[in-house]
Design a protein around this ligand. Structure first.
Ligand code: NAD
Length: 294
């Protein structure tokens, strides 16, 4: 049986560590860390994600503010709201939940967020700092994966790491982090995408396979080298009448058959997902303690 990389438990441990630190800050007379989330419109998945982030803030003793705006809010009004939060000295971290309605430029809004408060790590300043291996807010999902590799003491130096998917929020930063000089890192990285040829062959040469393609159960056992470490970022709801909710969650990897070949694997649910929120909280704590930008 492979090692099941338990993101749920690891995220819980990180949250406990953060809660201890918050109590220390408060006991020392310091300010409670404060995360603000902006949600535009009423998309069901976005509401669920933001709700989970606000709940997680409560769990660790952070203050949180949820700003809800109608889906027809103008770009200018949203930019002004971001600027107000930028200028609010009580708020340490600011996230704008994506996706945004089509009439609003994600790039403009992202770029409006002050890098010192960009705990999602999406601004050009933070992406650049991460790329240069400077202190930076690293995007929550890649950061969560890095933390899992660390806490499970997975060897990365000299290994071949194949990343499937080149999105700005997962695949691309993940490839940079795995290649950088440090731990986890020092891997030889192949970043694959929709135009990649011979993908199964490339995957079969991976010691570490990180899958963020957004296609249910895309990676099958024949694409995996025996003894590989497999990190599944995908999340998909599929109908399942046997569940009370009527659905169940699956990943980008065909878990049962790949688990038989892998040395270690993240499950879905309970793998990368819970780590994303823990990483966001950690970034917010870093901001409150002025650890990244000083
Ligand atoms: P995305 O759609 O932005 O990117 C998918 C990438 O896959 C693209 O770069 C594309 O080039 C590549 N791709 C598409 N078809 C391909 C093919 N046939 N071969 C190789 N590459 C191909 O997706 P994303 O935002 O990176 O998310 C990926 C998955 O991860 C989704 O299921 C998403 O729901 C999930 N996700 C989970 C978390 C979490 O917290 N667990 C966070 C973010 C995203």
């Amino acid at each position: 049986m492979p090692t099941i990389i338990d993101g749920k438990q690891t995220a819980q441990e990180i949250k406990s560590e953060i809660a201890v630190r918050v109590a220390e800050i408060r006991a020392g007379g310091g300010k409670t860390p404060h995360l603000a989330a902006v949600l535009v419109g009423s998309d069901g998945a976005s509401q669920t994600y933001v709700g989970a982030k606000v709940k997680a803030c409560e769990e660790v003793g952070f203050k949180s503010t949820l700003v809800r705006l109608e889906s027809d809010v103008t770009e200018e009004d949203l930019l002004n709201m971001v600027e107000d939060i930028n200028n609010n000295p009580d708020i340490d971290g600011l996230i704008v939940q994506l996706p945004l309605p089509k009439h609003i430029s994600v790039d403009k809004v992202t770029n409006k967020i002050r890098p010192e408060k960009d705990v999602d790590g999406f601004t050009p300043a933070n992406v650049g700092r991460m790329t240069l291996n400077w202190p930076a807010y690293v995007a929550a999902t890649p950061y969560g994966i890095v933390e899992l590799l660390k806490r499970y003491e997975i060897e990365t130096a000299g290994k071949h790491c194949v990343v499937i998917g080149r999105s700005h929020i997962v695949g691309s930063p993940m490839s940079i982090l795995m290649a950088r000089n440090g731990y986890p890192g020092n891997a030889t990285v192949t970043l694959t995408h929709s135009k990649t040829q011979n993908l199964p062959e490339i995957c079969r040469s991976a010691d570490i396979l990180i899958v963020a393609i957004g296609k249910p159960e895309f990676v099958t056992a024949d694409m995996v080298k025996p003894g590989a470490v497999v990190i599944d970022v995908g999340i998909h709801r599929i109908q399942d009448a046997s569940k009370k909710s009527g659905f169940r969650l699956i990943g980008d990897v065909k878990f049962d058959e790949v688990a038989e070949k892998a040395a270690a694997i993240t499950p879905v649910p309970g793998g990368v997902g819970p780590m994303t929120i823990a990483a966001l909280l950690y970034n917010t704590l870093q901001s409150a303690e002025k650890k990244v930008f000083g």
